[in-house]
Write a protein of this length. Structure first.
Length: 532
């Protein structure tokens, strides 16, 4: 009758009843002394079997004493609330079809339709509170773990809510950035060039350059009202650069007045409605991954494609600086994750990552034991070992027993300060002696960690919450010329994120190059998750 033997079904039903009892007993202030039931009605057995394949639904129905909600006395109210909420899915960049509305338009009449509608509810709740796809399944460099609420408890709260429709709407992210992305998706921010205007060839135009492509660039700008006085139609002059900057400002690009490939692709319509909508949909999904993080509290926000880091306090940006992030390639790309920043380390020593030590430095030491003289060779106890005592030819990448470490100093690879949030990937923020890199447009140039353009100012801003004179605290540590760890009290959340479309402080959507190609991977994962 049930597709499994009655004995097995009874055993399973007893299990969920025990699970429900344990769940109830775990609630603060709740005392439950009753033993789990061992006899169940046919209706309860049918519901137990129908829910058995989904752990979240099994947990809910087990804790709900195997009582249905969509076939119960409030079933119609709950079903209509869910139908209304899922019909608004396009506002989140999610197709309505993902929630199979045809299954919600009829009343649930049996255990199968009850669980079918509960499964739609569960899917909607998971999507809104943590995203459609699991971030770590998208790419190895996306390390983000989503802080999801207990879905079985959300279902219970929904079922008992006096206003279930409002309850579901309140699950949606309310962060201003999410709302701005939604508004941009629904309203659009595009400027269409007339179809009869020739395309401009992709290039990189700066003030002083000239070529035939400049005239085509001018023509497309002129056709949509971004005119510039013409002295030489083939020359990219200051007036044309200003017109380009105005166009970039209007469509949400960095307004630097340089007509690079990304600007020209926008101008040619290659990143028009479809491309822009896709970027917004991906950003909405990424924001849902962060739904469990408190983005109203003071935090450090590092947007990898933007090449920037900022401190946000109570929704307001209070500090910003340029960054250099990881180079292209799986061994170098800066990963995405959130953590707690615990220390500002002044005069840091640089412990060379083992992968770099055996790949880049061990072969040089084998050729010349005095190579890379700025690095100490250190044993596992932290003792510096004279190089004359080591036969480097005996070792390979697998058995090299030493670490390489650089003393503190102005030429240290980490500069004079680093910012630590202990993590499994040894990623941190730090100073650098290579200041010239911050003048480059594409700053994906490091080995994975994030180099900071204004590291002292970042340290002052972080320490300002615990001392009236953060500059003095920092300077005392710096003057010691010794590695000094300053504990941040309290710890500061840090979010390493990847948004190619994101609102600025005025709510205008800015777009950035997909430097690592991760948007394509997120989009493919959304498609695989049943997007169409």
């Amino acid at each position: 009758m049930f597709g499994v033997s009655k004995v097995a079904a009874l055993a399973w039903a007893a299990t969920v009843s025990v699970a429900g009892l344990a769940a109830a007993q775990s609630q603060p202030g709740v005392t439950v002394a009753a033993a789990p039931r061992l006899e169940f009605s046919a209706t309860e057995m049918a519901l137990a079997e129908a829910a058995a394949q989904n752990p979240d639904l099994a947990s809910f129905y087990g804790s709900n004493d195997l009582k249905p909600i969509f076939t119960g006395e409030r079933g119609e109210v709950l079903r209509q609330a869910l139908l209304t909420a899922t019909s608004g899915a396009p506002e989140h960049g999610i197709p309505v079809a993902r929630y199979t509305p045809e299954h919600l338009r009829v009343n649930a009449r049996d255990a199968q339709s009850e669980v079918q509608q509960a499964a739609i509810l569960l899917r909607y709740m998971r999507d809104m509170t943590g995203g459609v796809v699991r971030p770590t399944s998208v790419a190895p460099t996306i390390k983000r773990e989503v802080n999801r609420p207990r879905i079985d408890r959300l279902i219970r709260d929904f079922a008992t809510s006096p206003d279930p429709q409002r309850f579901l709407l309140d699950l949606q992210p309310k962060h201003p950035a999410y709302l701005a992305l939604q508004a941009a998706l629904s309203g659009g921010q595009t400027i269409a060039v007339p179809a009869d205007i020739p395309r401009a060839p992709e290039a990189l135009w700066r003030v002083g350059m000239q070529g035939d492509g400049v005239s085509l660039l001018r023509a497309r700008l002129d056709s949509i009202g971004f005119n510039a006085p013409v002295t030489d139609p083939l020359r990219y002059d200051e007036a044309l650069s200003q017109a380009v900057a105005r166009y970039q400002e209007a469509v949400g690009l960095p307004s630097d007045g340089i007509a690079g490939p990304n600007t020209i692709r926008h101008l040619n319509g290659d990143l028009g409605n479809d491309g822009r909508a896709r970027a917004l949909i991906i950003s909405l999904e990424r924001m849902r991954w962060l739904a469990g993080e408190d983005l109203n509290t003071r935090h450090v926000w590092v947007n990898i494609p933007e090449f920037s880091a900022k401190i946000v306090d109570n929704g307001q940006e209070v500090f910003r600086t340029r960054t250099v992030v990881g180079n292209l390639g799986p061994d170098y790309e800066t990963p995405e994750f959130s953590d707690l920043m615990e220390y500002v380390v002044v005069n840091p020593r640089w412990n060379v990552p083992r992968s770099m030590a055996v790949r880049d430095y061990l072969p040089r030491l084998q050729s010349n034991r005095n190579a890379v003289s700025h690095l100490d060779v250190v044993d596992r106890n932290g003792n510096v070992i004279p190089r004359g005592q080591i036969d480097f030819s005996r070792f390979n990448a697998a058995n090299f027993p030493y670490r390489l470490r650089q003393k503190p100093g102005t030429d240290n690879a980490l500069g004079l300060v680093k910012f630590i949030f202990p993590n499994a990937w040894n990623i941190y923020l730090h100073d650098t002696p290579s200041k010239h890199l911050f003048g480059q447009r594409n700053r994906a140039l490091s080995n994975g960690c994030i180099r900071i353009g204004d590291p002292f100012d970042l340290a002052y801003a972080l320490l300002s919450q615990q001392t009236e004179n953060p500059q003095a605290m920092f300077q005392r540590a710096l003057d010691s010329e010794k590695e000094t760890w300053l504990a941040l009290k309290p710890n500061v959340p840090v979010h390493l994120v990847y948004f190619t479309a994101f609102p600025d402080e005025n709510g205008q959507i800015r777009t950035y190059n997909d430097v690592y190609g991760r948007d394509d991977l997120v989009w493919a994962a959304l498609q695989k998750a049943g997007w169409n």
